[in-house]
Design a protein around this ligand. Structure first.
Ligand code: GTP
Ligand code: MG
Ligand code: ZN
Length: 321
């Protein structure tokens, strides 16, 4: 914390466009100001690992050395957040705030699709009423089995109303249609490392020159090339937040009784369950379960729901221990 911050330094409004640990870049009317959260702000936000996230609208005090001290974060319209991993478990890591659309980018292979990660990210978006969509990238890669799997996934999710794009950075297939969806919105690219989030952005906006790295052939996983979240402007309007790849997406701030609402295909049945607080698990008279038995709700999605429910219930039990 710079000690030359005084009340006489000017206050400026801005938007956080990059977040790297303790430093945030804030775009103001006078340019980008590297800034840190004020001590008071850091103290007050003990339940977050990052009191300031990309997308936040903030008020900062300018310091003569050209940096800023973030005094206030304006109320977030929404956020995409996950349970922080490691020692900070139990706290929330906000990946981005004030977004219009979350895009979950996965790949046909290298790394292969992960529907658990997909469903969890969708739940995080749904819990905040953020529009979500899915991209399966690298359709140029060979492999009949992999392609059939992706086609099944496309059908499973597009029937729920999620836009699904099949793209290739190598051939350009599908990229134009996807690019149109991004226009004039603030978007976030989320997904596992190596799926091609930064590559897609480079293809759409070559001037960005974001670093990309080949997937490890040994582990068949990405190498965590993007190391911080950054808001990047699109030509003609709109923006994308490129994020570091995630291995897992722990949910936080999603109470077990509201998880069903985060599954769009469950919603029409929720009112008809016998019990108002039905968790659609072992309760008698559960309409969601009946719809699953009647194959109106996909078995995979219901199983995914149960897995997420169990993990949230286990997380709940952690509290106060
Ligand atoms: N064959 C093929 N390779 C691709 C495609 N898109 C990206 N790649 C390759 O996949 C690797 C990983 O791409 P990145 O763009 O770094 O992936 P990322 O999702 O940004 O990864 P992180 O930053 O680690 O989260 C690079 O070697 C890319 O060249 C594609 O459509 N087809
Ligand atoms: Mg990247
Ligand atoms: Zn039920």
């Amino acid at each position: 914390m710079p000690n030359d911050v005084t009340n006489t330094n000017p206050l400026v409004e801005g938007v956080v466009v990059r977040s790297t640990g303790s430093w945030s870049h804030v775009k103001t009317a006078k340019g980008v100001v590297p800034s840190r959260a004020s001590g008071r702000l850091r103290l007050r936000s003990h339940e977050l690992t990052n009191p300031v996230a990309v997308g936040d609208r903030v008020r900062l005090r300018q310091v003569p050395d050209g940096t800023g001290s973030i005094m206030h974060v304006h109320r977030r319209g929404n956020y995409l957040g996950r349970r922080a991993a490691g020692r900070r478990v139990g706290r929330m890591q906000v990946l981005v705030s004030n977004v219009d659309a979350v895009w979950i980018i996965q790949s046909v292979a290298l790394p292969k699709p992960n529907s658990g990660l997909l469903d969890r990210t969708l739940v995080a978006a749904e819990s905040q009423d953020i529009t979500a969509g899915i991209v399966f990238n690298k359709v140029d890669l060979p492999g009949d089995v992999a392609h059939r799997k992706v086609e099944k996934l496309r059908d499973r999710y597009s029937i729920l109303g999620y836009p699904v794009f099949l793209t290739s950075v190598l051939t350009g297939e599908g990229v134009h249609g996807f690019r149109q969806e991004l226009q004039d919105r603030v978007n976030i690219f989320a997904g596992p490392s190596g799926a091609g989030k930064s590559s897609l952005l480079n293809l759409m906006e070559p001037r960005l020159r974001l670093p990309v790295k080949p997937v490890s052939l040994k582990s068949r996983k990405g190498r965590h090339t993007t190391t911080y979240a950054e808001l990047l402007w699109l030509t003609g309007g709109g923006a994308v937040v490129d994020t570091p790849g995630v291995r897992e997406f722990g949910l936080i701030n999603v109470p077990p009784e509201s998880l069903g609402r985060c599954f769009p295909e469950f919603r029409r049945y929720l009112r008809d369950c016998r019990f108002r607080n039905c968790r659609h698990d072992r309760e008698p008279g559960c309409r969601v379960k009946k719809a699953m038995t009647n194959r109106v709700i996909a078995n995979q999605r219901y199983r995914s729901y149960l897995r997420i429910l169990r993990s949230i219930e286990a997380g709940e039990a952690d509290v106060g221990r």
